[in-house]
Design a binder for this molecule. Structure first.
Ligand code: GUN
Ligand code: FE
Length: 421
């Protein structure tokens, strides 16, 4: 692998939320997996390093998917005529049961890993199923592909069909074994993944909190997604003052525990205040929120509060793996929220959506999602030659057209300094 090299092309990134930096026809230098800088001329010390000249194409930070279910990829685009809880029973659970068989798991996860590799996504937080061997297979495939991220073996000992339900002890023992077996991975790491509060008994959550502390792992789950789900959680955990408190009580809600929570559409002020205080990431999954009729998240409120936030595809609640699509869905949803719910909350702009898709979500992985010096070198090269127009577009307009109109597949992709294609 080349350790030091330069890309040349039209470089675009968002160093702050809503601030689009444009660097036409410049050099982006990678030094030992990190961004060394952007230069109009290569400095003396970089003269002679390998150069990948991408001509007039657009070079962006790799996109980040903060929430995706690899085990639901096979039925994306199907069964969208239900609300969340019925959708889980009728679509998600039967499909996920198939991952008990390694032949099926291997075939399905191969497809997912190949599609994620082809996409503009360089980092992801991925849900597998309750099955430990299949989860390890998924981690192997993603690591071999050169992608980076977190993968979770799910925990489910309550309120699900027998064919998917674990015993509390079995779930904890399998999670411990999986954490042990994950020790050899580097780019793809394990995240403790209780599916959501209804799937997990109090004893299971307490045990997971203990395991998390022992292994120092990250944590991902669902939070305040759908009104029926939230009402159910209120019944299941009457002592919790709000949904997030049921994760916080066993020590699975930020602070020492790096946490990303999907949806948070209905998170109230108290819940959001705790998320802000503990640095919990909010994964906005607008397409899924529409498909399973969950609602429209108040992303503008999150931004004003300074919450840590990014975007998720939530396949198969979302039908599309593309985070470009998640960006435009987020913009469109925010317009509906402004028009129908609260006209004091202006819609998201494209640079804000790009920030969420790159540096916003990327922060969950460290210094990821920007081209500032010291950031991990994740980059995608987008070609807009296949989007003909008679107009002379500025660089910012070309970005806009790529986001709204392209199929989202890059021409070249680099993850932590390694070129995948
Ligand atoms: N809540 C619990 N499980 C799921 C899931 O698989 N998808 C979504 N969107 N929400 C969930
Ligand atoms: Fe989800």
């Amino acid at each position: 692998m080349e350790l030091t090299f330069a890309l040349r092309g039209n470089i675009l990134y968002t160093p702050a939320c809503g601030r689009l930096e444009l660097r036409p026809q410049q050099y982006l230098v990678c030094e030992k997996e990190l961004v060394a800088g952007i230069f109009t001329e290569l400095p003396e010390r970089f003269r002679g390093i390998p150069l990948h000249d991408h001509g007039d194409r657009l070079i962006l930070p790799g996109l980040v998917d903060l929430h995706v279910h690899a085990s639901q990829y096979a039925y994306r685009g199907l069964g969208m005529d239900m609300e969340l809880l019925d959708w889980l029973e009728q679509n998600a659970f039967p499909e996920e049961a198939r991952f008990a068989g390694m032949d099926y798991a291997d075939a399905a996860y191969r497809v997912f890993a190949e599609e994620l590799t082809r996409s503009a996504t360089t980092r992801a937080c991925v849900f597998a199923t309750v099955h430990r061997p299949a989860t390890l297979r998924l981690m192997e495939l993603l690591e071999k592909a050169g992608l980076r991220g977190f993968v979770g073996k799910l925990n489910m000992d309550s309120n699900c069909p027998d064919y998917l339900r674990e015993t509390t002890e079995g779930s904890l023992a399998e999670t411990r074994r999986w954490l042990e077996e994950s020790a050899g991975f580097s780019g793809v790491r394990p995240a403790i993944t209780p599916r959501f509060i209804p799937s997990c008994s109090q004893r299971l959550m307490d045990g997971l909190g203990q395991l998390r502390r022992e292994y120092g792992a990250a944590m991902q789950s669902h939070l305040s997604e759908n009104l029926s789900e939230i009402a159910w959680v209120r019944q299941l955990r009457p002592a919790a003052p709000f949904y997030g408190a049921a994760y916080a009580q066993p020590g699975l809600f930020g602070g020492e525990c790096p946490t990303v929570m999907a949806h948070c559409i209905w998170s109230g002020e108290e819940e959001r205040a705790l998320m802000k205080e503990r640095g919990v990431f909010l994964a906005h999954c607008p397409q899924s929120n529409m498909n399973v009729s969950s609602g429209i998240a108040p992303v503008r409120v999150w931004l004003r509060e300074g919450q840590k936030a990014g975007l998720g595809s939530d396949v198969a609640g979302g039908a599309h793996l593309s985070i470009f699509r998640a960006m435009t869905d987020a913009i469109q949803c925010s317009k509906l929220r402004w028009r129908l719910v609260d006209d004091s909350l202006p819609a998201l702009t494209l640079p804000e959506a790009l920030y969420l898709a790159t540096k916003g979500g990327g922060a969950f992985f460290g210094k990821v999602g920007s081209f500032e010096p010291g950031y991990e070198f994740d980059a995608i090269v987008m070609d807009d030659a296949g989007l003909p127009t008679t107009r002379q577009c500025t660089l910012a307009e070309r970005l806009e057209r790529v986001v709204w109109l392209s199929d989202g597949l890059p021409l070249a992709k680099y993850v932590a300094g390694r070129r995948l294609f």
